[in-house]
Design a protein around this ligand. Structure first.
Ligand code: CTP
Length: 416
């Protein structure tokens, strides 16, 4: 198995030039700078003069821990060439916010102020330029802006899109800069190798909830965090990802399509048609094994006699086993990965489950030690071997598992 360890911070070792042009969204760039640094990056802030009208270089210097550069005549650079030095050091340049005017400057290849100059001077083959536009909705929709954006992309910049909503001007529509957390996700994703490009990944996550009556039900302690982390990692690795989630309180990973369900039966009904188009299925959901056989239409009331209701159970469908036995899985078109939540004897239980579910890869973990936590330890079990992924954040483990799945898919490809 190839699972490798990566640095703890997802941007550890990365150097980002964060460029601010003029716009009210500059206030979000302070938070973005903080998030980039928390993720392990070093950040060099470059501001246009217009940007300094909205937020001070002092704020950005304090957050980045480096003096902000704003002029191509900055004599602090020994060779007096900040446009060369800053663009050569960078692993990535992110312009956030990128104003309509700054887009025009980039399209024209202007070089009369530092930020557009260093974008022009960047080595295009190794320093990507990411653009986070921010402007009023009419400016965004204007044919001139849209034309410039098409040209900017044709010239090699990566456009991160805009948000929709209430704007600082009081109007509502497209043109808001993406939120700092969204931009952080885009930057992290940019550095992830696209090992799952062209794959369609289906993930189940979270618990299921089986109704007893309209106000009560049976569920379990699964938080869904592991499954959400796997959906995120697969999306960042270039896959098209659909996440079928039981009742959880987690934000949808960026770029992932999410379908919410409650019961095991609903989960199976959602997953079945999706599996017809998927190439990978990862079953992380803690599906309830049983459901009340006859859920009451109305709330079950106490009758005063002290007698407790007698609940009868019926077994839920096994979603993973159902998909693993499907014709597509049997024909090698759907690669199924199971999880095993155990409380003891992890290896033996995981090996038994691997055989019982009929999957090529099963991921064992100790349920009570991980439910609700941000970290976990995994045991990857297949017919030949068992490999431990030591305790780490669920995000890191998810990235390792996705790399392992990609490796197995590649190994299974016929050689030409
Ligand atoms: N699973 C499923 N549908 C079910 C039960 C489990 O798809 N009705 C999947 C889970 O998503 C997981 C794997 O099967 O990938 C194993 O789940 P787990 O709860 O550990 O095992 P069970 O099959 O329920 O077996 P047991 O309760 O005996 O441990």
């Amino acid at each position: 198995m190839t699972a490798s360890s990566t640095p703890v911070g997802e941007l550890a070792g990365r150097h980002i030039v964060l460029g601010l042009s003029g716009g009210i969204a500059c206030y979000k760039s302070a938070e973005l700078c903080r998030l980039l640094i928390k993720a392990g990056a070093t950040v060099q802030v470059v501001m246009t003069e217009a940007a300094t009208q909205f937020i001070t270089p002092v704020t950005m210097q304090a957050l980045s821990g480096r003096p902000v550069v704003g002029s191509q005549w900055d004599a602090r650079e020994p060779n007096n060439m900040p446009h060369i030095n800053l663009s050569r050091e960078a692993d990535l340049i992110l312009i956030a916010p990128c104003s309509a005017d700054f887009i025009t400057r980039l399209v024209a290849g202007r070089s009369d102020e530092l930020l557009s100059l260093l974008c022009l001077a960047r080595p295009m083959d190794r320093v990507p330029l990411l653009i986070a536009p921010a402007m009023n909705r009419e400016m965004w929709l204007h044919p001139a802006t849209q034309r410039n954006l098409r040209q900017l992309q044709a010239d090699g910049a990566l456009l991160l899109g805009v948000g929709n909503g209430l704007q600082a001007c009081g109007e509502t529509g497209d043109g808001r800069m993406l939120e700092a957390a969204e931009l952080l996700e885009e930057v992290i994703a940019h550095f992830v190798p696209k090992t799952l490009a062209g794959q369609r990944v289906l993930v189940t996550a979270g618990p299921t909830y089986e109704a007893i009556d309209p106000v009560r039900g049976i569920t379990n302690l699964s938080s869904g965090k592991m499954g959400f982390a796997i959906a995120r990692a697969a999306q960042q690795a270039g896959a098209e990802v659909t996440l079928v989630a039981g009742p959880v309180h987690l934000p949808t990973p960026r770029g992932v399509e999410r379908i919410d369900v409650r019961s095991a039966a609903q989960m199976l009904a959602a997953v079945r048609p999706l599996s017809e188009h998927a190439s990978v299925f990862v079953a992380t959901a803690a599906v309830a094994d049983w459901r009340p056989a006859n859920a009451s239409e109305h709330k079950i009331k106490k009758d005063g006699s002290g007698k407790t209701p007698q609940l009868e159970f019926t077994e839920n469908p096994d979603i993973l086993a159902t998909l693993a036995q499907s014709p597509r899985a049997q024909a090698g078109q759907l690669y199924c990965v199971g999880f095993a939540a155990e409380s003891q004897d992890l290896l033996a239980n995981a090996q038994a489950k691997l055989a019982r579910k009929g999957v090529p890869l099963l991921v064992g973990n100790i349920g009570p030690a991980t439910f609700g936590q941000d970290d976990n330890a995994l045991l990857l079990v297949d017919a030949q071997s068992a490999v431990e992924l030591p305790r780490a954040s669920k995000r890191l483990l998810a990235a390792q598992l996705v790399a392992e799945i990609a490796h197995r898919l590649n190994a299974a490809k016929p050689t030409t």
